[in-house]
Design a protein around this ligand. Structure first.
Ligand code: AMP
Length: 304
């Protein structure tokens, strides 16, 4: 595996590969690689001839300078992991290479897709920062396919929208969320959690699973009841919930009914660490549960 730092080097390396008819995959990351990232690299390795992993902590998508400053960085460790998972090229540009002096173009994704949930809590600049850097990486690498994790569900939809709206000739491939055995979704930020914060953070996947079971079982009258049950379960020490919502999986709009392709999405801070997670579910039809058990009792049963 080679580490390249400039767009010129990257284009030179890939031109020959493309000329020989070899397919190219891109896995964009911000580094501090874990099994979630590696699952994307392995999937792209199985399906393409040349795998490029980009490593760039994108300042444009951070709304808090403290979060950007605290973001874990370990390029040497990342290079080893990426190479072990099958990457051919690690593209690790400097901020100046990506945003040269005078940089003044931004891609803004408008409408509820980018303005709710993460867009609302991280500010409207967040998805503009994501869309701009993803568009740049796609035009730098010109891959046949780019791989993204379902863990960042709203980001995935924003990227799909970007690619469709700008007619970018690339296939967007989604890979499932990788979790620790106890259910915590892997995240580069998890390494900043204390033991107590991690324990509370586990509540996120538990609440998502419990509410998904409750929805499937027809336990909730409506979306508000499902969300209230989730929020009640997330009343945990050191955990400050930003949102727990049931949305349409295709648009991120609040689910009007508890049927169809749904996504339950949540974000919370465990201490100073901001975490997100989600669970997708397909509900064919809504059949109210036969008894009138209170929701909290049901949730307690699901958790037991
Ligand atoms: P990041 O480095 O956090 O920007 O993530 C880079 C890519 O890895 C994104 O497409 C993420 O959705 C994906 N990713 C992050 N965590 C996970 C995970 N636990 N499982 C699967 N993919 C993940």
């Amino acid at each position: 595996m080679r580490t390249l730092r400039t767009v010129a080097e990257l284009r030179a390396a890939l031109a020959g590969e493309r000329g020989r008819g070899r397919s190219i995959a891109l896995v964009p990351t911000m580094g501090a690689l874990h099994e979630g990232h590696l699952s994307l690299i392995r999937a792209s390795r199985r399906e393409h001839d040349v795998v490029v992993v980009s490593l760039f902590v994108n300042p444009a998508q951070f709304n808090e300078s403290s979060d950007l400053a605290a973001y874990p960085r370990d390029e040497a460790g990342d290079a080893q992991l990426a190479s072990g998972a099958g990457a051919d090229i690690l593209f690790a540009p400097s901020p100046d290479e990506v945003y040269p002096a005078g940089f003044s173009t931004t891609i803004s994704v408008q409408g509820p897709l980018a303005e709710t949930l993460e867009g609302e809590h991280r500010g409207s600049g967040h998805f503009a920062g994501v869309a701009t850097v993803v568009a740049k990486l796609l035009t730098m690498v010109l891959p046949d396919a780019a791989y993204f994790g379902a863990k960042d569900a709203q980001q995935l939809l924003v990227v799909r929208r970007l690619v469709r709206d700008l007619d970018l000739p690339v296939e967007i491939v989604a890979c499932p969320t990788v979790r620790d055995p106890d259910g915590l979704a892997l995240s580069s930020r998890n390494r900043r959690l204390s033991a107590a914060e991690r324990e509370s953070a586990l509540g996120l996947s538990r609440a998502l699973n419990a509410v998904a079971c409750g929805i499937t079982a027809g336990r909730y009258r409506d979306r508000a009841a499902a969300e209230a049950a989730g929020l009640a379960m997330l009343d945990l020490p050191q955990l400050t919930v930003e949102y727990f919502r049931v949305v349409d999986a295709g648009t991120m709009a609040p689910a009007e009914r508890l049927t169809g392709d749904l996504l339950i999405v949540t974000a919370a801070r465990a201490g100073a660490v901001r975490l997100i997670d989600n669970k997708s579910l397909r509900v064919e039809s809504f059949t109210p549960a036969p008894d009138n058990e209170p929701v909290d009792a049901e949730v307690a049963t699901l958790l037991a």
